[in-house]
Design a protein around this ligand. Structure first.
Ligand SMILES: Cc1ncc(COP(=O)(O)O)c(C=O)c1O
Length: 329
């Protein structure tokens, strides 16, 4: 978002250009500075607006996406909402293929409000076919529950000329958006003075894109990846995999762990607790993965100490989780 815009051509012009906010109370005792990027200020409420715009506009440029084409994606969450938003502005039909057992009512309602359609996929049938526990809904994002919707999107795209699958897990603009856009903002806003960047990993787009740009600027910037204490993707010990938006066992095609210097496992209840603290101590109404990002940032701040600067993103807003009982108590 260009703060100097007086009349925007469309809501798409309001994506991005989000300032960094200094935490004044949380992590203060470490002596380090923690700066957060409240990406929930993007128009559809999450960091995924950046990738939705860039993936769609790249497909338009290459000619595979044009008037009359339907956009499809397998998604339960923020990417679906963001694709629904950008599709609404540009006049595309968007259909989200969503596993029945993990759909989050708030996020689905937002997607539908933008005019998107949704197809609920019966994962239980799929689990049975794959010899898995039929009721296994432990995988919130990125795990086997999302494989079927993705397979359906691939099949649809192969079978129909008028369908384009955004494929967030392998689309290079999922990384490119954060390399060319999110990271550029971070470098400009900090004059390149950063000691560590922290991000949770779902598709891997945020960490990979930002890390590549930051390392090109200064290879000494520490890149810290977060996974839920649970299914280890990058090597952290096993426990519970519950933080929405963070991957749980599938290594995304675009993820390259060599760029990550450190991996921190965060338990969902600690992430929720930090999200509460962010709301109550800093006035930041952010989601659960944001809590995880800030908690890990405080750990790094403690290690690096006085005078060091840690930057992280707050991917979405707390209003998406109000229906999750655990989060409201
Ligand atoms: C709430 C939330 N946090 C974190 C992430 C992880 O971001 P990325 O997919 O860029 O790794 C996602 C991705 O869907 C998300 O929805």
């Amino acid at each position: 978002m260009d703060k100097n815009i007086k009349i925007a051509d469309s809501m798409l012009d309001l994506i991005g250009n989000i300032p960094l906010v200094r935490l004044n109370r949380i992590g203060k005792e470490t002596g380090a500075e923690i700066l957060v990027k409240p990406e929930f200020l993007n128009p559809s409420g999450s960091i995924k607006d950046r990738i939705a715009k860039m993936m769609i506009e790249d497909a338009e440029k290459s000619g595979v996406l044009k008037e009359g084409i339907t956009i499809v994606e397998g998604t339960t969450g923020n990417t679906g909402t963001a694709l629904a938003f950008v599709s609404a502005v540009k006049g595309y039909r968007f259909v989200a293929y969503t596993p029945k057992m993990v759909s989050n009512k708030s996020r689905m309602s937002i997607m539908l409000a933008y005019g998107a359609e949704s197809e609920a996929i019966d994962i239980q049938d799929y689990n049975k076919k794959m010899g898995l526990d039929a009721d296994d809904d432990s995988s919130v994002h990125g795990g086997h529950v999302e494989l079927l919707p993705r397979q359906i999107c691939l099949d649809l795209e192969r079978q129909h000329d008028d369908i384009w699958w955004a494929r967030q897990f392998s689309n290079p603009w999922n990384v490119g958006a954060h390399h060319d856009w999110t990271a550029k903002e971070i470098l400009e806003q900090t004059d390149g003075k950063i000691d560590a960047f922290v991000a949770s990993v779902g598709t891997g787009g945020t960490i990979l894109g930002v890390a590549r740009a930051l390392k090109a600027h200064n290879p000494d910037i520490m890149i810290v990846g977060i996974e839920p204490a649970g299914k280890a993707m990058m090597g952290a010990p096993d426990e519970y995999p519950l933080i929405p938006g963070i991957s749980d066992g599938i290594i995304p095609q675009i993820f390259n762990s060599k760029i990550v210097d450190r991996v921190i496992s965060i338990h969902d209840s600690d992430a929720i607790d930090m999200a509460h603290q962010l709301t109550q101590k800093e006035g930041i109404f952010c989601g659960i993965s944001s809590g995880a990002n800030v908690l890990a940032s405080t750990m790094i701040a403690k290690e690096l100490g006085q005078g060091k600067r840690i930057v992280t993103v707050l991917p979405d807003s707390r209003d998406r989780y109000l229906e999750v009982e655990k989060y409201t108590t």
